[in-house]
Design a protein around this ligand. Structure first.
Ligand code: PNS
Length: 160
């Protein structure tokens, strides 16, 4: 049986912390689908399409693909034939929200299991939200996002 996992999120934009979780997942599962939620944030930095393209550019594992989803995550997971939802946990503060989501998702769809992974310590404080804030205020973000993402952010900034 093919072990297929979904790694869902907003990915606005993808960070080195996300990439760390993708790499760990790619080793554990036969196939990993990085799944970008469409239209969650009304004011995103990158469009869904731009986010997908950035993830495709920086993801270098042959068993990792990128997709998008709308509506309930568990419906999408079943549609894709995935048995597992992967979520990264950084600090204790992530736990409560993640526990709620995992239990709700299990109630909605008991066939899909949520698997939590710890990101490398170096990325444990990273979030897309903080990276955008630091970047907008002129702080250095190199080493926190892939170079391609930083480049794209610089381009957007000069457009803004
Ligand atoms: O990167 P994020 O923003 O923490 O990801 C959150 C995400 C996309 C995993 C979550 O918001 C989600 O699954 N949304 C889809 C709608 C859904 O299924 N909601 C019920 C979750 S219990």
């Amino acid at each position: 049986m093919t072990r297929r996992a979904i790694y869902p999120g907003s990915f606005d934009p993808i960070t080195n912390g996300h990439l760390d979780i993708i790499e760990r997942s790619a080793k554990l599962f036969d196939e990993v689908i990085v799944s970008v939620l469409v239209n969650e944030d009304k004011n995103p930095m990158f469009s869904t399409q731009e986010r997908v393209e950035l993830i495709q550019t920086v993801s270098r594992w042959s068993n990792v693909t990128v997709g998008t989803f709308e509506g309930l995550l568990v419906h999408y997971a079943v549609e894709q034939g995935a048995q597992v939802i992967v979520r990264g946990i950084r600090a204790v503060s992530d736990y409560e929200y993640e526990l709620q989501m995992a239990l709700m998702n299990r109630r909605l769809e008991p066939r899909v299991e949520t698997v939590f992974m710890m990101s490398a310590e170096a990325y444990s404080y990273l979030s897309s939200r903080l990276i955008k804030e630091v970047f907008r205020l002129g702080g250095a973000i190199s080493g926190l996002v892939p170079p391609e993402v930083e480049e794209q952010m610089k381009k957007m900034f000069t457009r803004e």
